[in-house]
Design a protein around this ligand. Structure first.
Ligand code: NAD
Ligand code: AKB
Length: 313
């Protein structure tokens, strides 16, 4: 059967880039973008307005296009979710359950749903955090991702839904703005470095977190989805490692390109969230099972961000 892909939440930070990559792999006509809001720059392929909590609307689009795979990206991220916890729970859980149910009923070939390092919590060991360890998230976002992982595992075990997932770290890209997370400083800092030569960071200087450059994250997503099903041994979500750095480390790297760059620190409520997350991730299961290997480090990511942001100016 021909692959027909639906990306839900396609106008966001990841969706913008994932849709592009999927259209290269499957052809523009076979990838349908969908979101509450249309993309800022209309892409080459089809777009459908969709609220993922509207089950009937979702079913209508799946039938209309003969969808065989869904990538579900619509969610509230950590910082935004803390402002409206019950709405975040509703969107993050209802969206996932609608997609998993539909995948079961309509025998979809595959589902992709991202989890996050937010599944870990204050009692989790912080360095090289293992795939299986203490997971007691203290944010509503983390609780929804932890519960989502259990649901993915359940739908695979009970109904054979081929659902695959990665625990993304904080993602950094130049093509689109981040959508309300705790790791967003690591994107804003590049824009401000070019615009004003300085940045006031909402996390403290030593707050190291797991991060990843967007091209690595997109490649990881395609690789885990293209892997032979027998190689996907974990059906909750895979730890995914990239780079680990603090605001101070990133500022030092930026100064290698913009020597006069200045950073100041004014931690806000996002600091409390960051303090509960790991500093670095052990992704050996991803490496072993489906061959994961990140390509970018702090230096190459910083250089590439500036090259592309300068071109965009
Ligand atoms: P984002 O906020 O940039 O994009 C989410 C998109 O979903 C937005 O375009 C929004 O309009 C859309 N949306 C919201 N409610 C919707 C609804 N009811 N129906 C349809 N669309 C709706 O988020 P992102 O950074 O692209 O993240 C995508 C996924 O990846 C999320 O599940 C997020 O938790 C996960 N993730 C992201 C990161 C990161 O650093 N960006 C890290 C870990 C996990
Ligand atoms: C956030 O900060 O909420 C996201 C994430 C790590 O899940 N970037």
């Amino acid at each position: 059967m021909k692959d027909k892909i639906l990306v839900i939440g396609s106008s966001g930070q990841i969706g913008t880039e994932l849709v592009e990559a999927l259209r290269v792999q499957f052809g523009s006509d076979n990838v349908i973008a969908s979101d509450l809001k249309a993309p800022e720059i209309p892409g080459e392929g089809l777009f459908e307005a969709l609220d993922v909590t509207d089950r009937e609307g979702l079913l209508r689009i799946v039938k209309k296009h003969g969808i065989t795979q869904i990538y579900l990206l619509a969610a509230l991220l950590s910082a935004t979710a803390e402002k409206n916890p019950l709405f975040a729970w509703k969107l993050n859980m209802e969206g996932l359950l609608n997609v998993l149910e539909l995948a079961r009923e309509k025998h979809l070939a595959k589902v992709y749903w991202p989890s996050s390092i937010a599944v870990f919590g204050p009692n989790t060991p912080k360095d090289h955090t293992a795939q299986y360890t203490i997971m007691e998230p203290s944010t509503v976002y983390g609780i929804s991702k932890q519960s989502g992982e259990r649901w993915c595992e359940y739908y695979y075990a009970k109904y054979g839904v081929d659902v695959r997932s990665l625990r993304y770290p904080g993602l950094i890209g130049w093509k689109s703005a981040p959508g309300g997370g705790t790791t967003d400083y690591a994107v804003h800092i590049f824009h401000e470095a070019l615009k004003s030569g300085s940045y006031e960071c909402f996390l403290g200087p030593e707050t190291a977190l797991p991060m990843m450059y967007m091209p690595d994250a997109i490649r990881a997503t395609l690789e885990v989805m293209n892997a032979d099903p027998g190689r996907i041994k974990i059906r909750s979500s895979y730890n995914l490692g990239g780079i680990s750095f603090s605001p101070k480390d990133l500022a030092e790297e930026i100064r290698k390109i913009i020597p006069a760059f200045k950073i100041s620190y004014k931690p806000d409520s996002r600091q409390q969230i960051a303090d509960t997350w790991p500093r670095s991730i052990d992704d050996s299961a991803s490496r072993l099972d489906w061959g994961w290997k990140p390509l970018y480090d702090l230096k190459t990511m910083t250089e590439d961000m500036f090259i592309n942001l300068k071109k965009k100016q």
